[in-house]
Design a protein around this ligand. Structure first.
Ligand code: MN
Ligand code: MN
Length: 467
């Protein structure tokens, strides 16, 4: 019987230094990248510095792809896919680590601006599974893009610089919250109640006739135009989102943990990204894919349910091998092996009874594998085969990766899914494998630094040694 190990007790002083150094880099990434677009931009730049060239450049230049070549695809600025061509043929399949770079957040509605009681607020529609009460009375930043009427892109990051103003969603004072506090937690704050405080100075020279006419909104519109060249109609063609303001931080007196917004799933994105960057020429072609829209069901052209991966692989095959791409593509996909890199939960001492302790993950006990997810009798779950888990286990053990196995929580208590099932639809072998978190989907999610580093090592071992 495998005994769970605590990483801190397993590693030497040198590796402990490595853990902290790795997590310092990760903190920068997590602090700077709070939307999928920002993640793509950050990772693409670093990938190019590390020798990756865009697939388009290969196609347009009429260049073939051979072993050791590093290819990147930026798809609509929301999906990034990186490939390193391996020694063996693509028909033998790829080793893929797939994660998502979207995270729960508060999106602005297409017509967000309104004035009420001398204040301007922004209407929102939240994205993904949030506990709404957690998003009130905290400083928020606004990130995103506005595409104006001429197609010009305005990139927005407001509230991250210490000198910037921040935004917030107000909550009711406890003194008047008798009715609110008797409501169910899911109803105490409503979706339509998540309106963001945006301004309160009225227009100065409004004459008497104009006095009732949204003077604060007029003033905000003037400011938007003057400082940012933005018109009210521009919000229609924008993707703006409110996220927790400020940087990710060390947590704990011993600085053993790390807290910040969006670790689901940017912790697995970053660790798999670094694992691929640090790879030489692999035996099998390796890929790190970072997709969007996982938190809302992997829908749309940037979600894992789209044909994007398939289309890109067809292009790559066409540059590696001559002819017969269609059949080879099918074989390549069916023979691929995947770690669906997503976070899971760790046991939380504040919430006893949510886990079966014999099948739960613990903070600091290593990268977590989950044979299946889903809810209520494994519904909507991709169940990894025993054969594949044996191979993964073997790779981890021979690389001294500290790992653990756990379910998300108790049977019938809830559940969740990942992109695993959509990759499995191609016939790929897929196993969920990632970092255990506390406070998942909250504005401040916590992970163990040791688990983060061990997850990086796990993905690296998978790239190099998975047959
Ligand atoms: Mn996730
Ligand atoms: Mn999630």
């Amino acid at each position: 019987m495998r005994k769970d190990k605590n990483i801190w007790q397993e590693i030497g002083d040198d590796e402990k230094v490595e853990v902290f150094r790795f997590c310092d880099d990760y903190i920068d990434f997590l602090s700077e990248c709070k939307t999928e677009r920002e993640c793509v931009e950050y990772m693409e730049e670093l990938a190019r510095e590390n020798g990756f060239k865009s697939l388009d450049a290969y196609i347009k230049g009429g260049q073939r792809l051979t072993k050791g070549d590093k290819v990147l695809v930026n798809y609509r600025n929301k999906v990034l896919m990186l490939f390193i061509i391996g020694e063996r043929g693509l028909e033998e399949g790829l080793n893929i680590v797939g994660s998502h770079i979207d995270a729960p957040r508060i999106d602005l509605k297409p017509s967000p601006l309104y004035e009420d009681e001398g204040m301007v607020l922004l209407k929102t529609h939240y994205y993904g599974g949030i506990k709404k009460y957690q998003w009130t009375a905290i400083p928020l930043a606004i990130h995103g893009v506005i595409i104006d009427g001429k197609g010009e892109k305005i990139e927005v990051v407001l509230g991250e610089d210490p000198d910037d103003a921040v935004f917030t969603i107000t909550d009711l004072l406890p003194h008047l919250a008798k009715e609110q506090s008797e409501k169910k937690i899911s109803e105490a704050i409503t979706g339509e109640g998540l309106n963001i405080l945006f301004g309160s100075i009225p227009e100065k020279n409004a004459d008497d006739k104009e006095k009732d006419k949204n003077q604060v909104k007029m003033e905000i519109l003037r400011l938007l135009k003057e400082k940012y060249h933005v018109e009210e109609e521009d919000f229609i063609s924008a993707e703006l989102t409110a996220v927790p303001a400020g940087r990710a931080r060390d947590v704990g007196l011993d600085r053993s943990m790390l807290g910040g917004y969006g670790q689901d799933d940017r912790v697995c994105a970053y660790t798999s990204f670094r694992a691929l960057l640090d790879l030489g020429v692999p035996e099998k072609t390796c890929a790190a894919i970072f997709v969007d829209k996982e938190e809302v069901g992997s829908m749309g052209n940037t979600g894992m349910q789209s044909r994007t991966l398939e289309n890109i692989l067809a292009e790559i095959l066409n540059l590696v091998e001559e002819g017969g791409v269609e059949l080879k593509l099918r074989r390549s996909m069916a023979n691929s092996k995947v770690l669906s890199a997503d976070v899971t939960t760790a046991i939380d001492p504040n919430f006893e009874g949510t886990h079966d302790k014999r099948n739960a993950c613990r903070l600091g006990n290593g990268v977590a594998i989950s044979k299946y997810g889903g809810s209520k009798g494994k519904s909507n779950s991709s169940d990894a085969s025993a054969e594949f888990i044996s191979q993964v286990r073997n790779v981890f053990n021979s690389n001294n990766v500290v790992w653990q196995s756990g379910e998300l929580g108790k049977v019938d208590l809830g559940g969740g899914g990942t992109i695993a099932q959509f990759l499995a639809n191609y016939g790929m072998e897929v196993l969920d494998c990632g970092v255990p978190l506390l406070s998942m989907h909250a504005p401040f999610e916590v992970a163990s630094k040791a688990d983060i580093y061990m997850t990086y090592r796990a993905y690296r071992a998978f790239y190099t040694d998975m047959k």
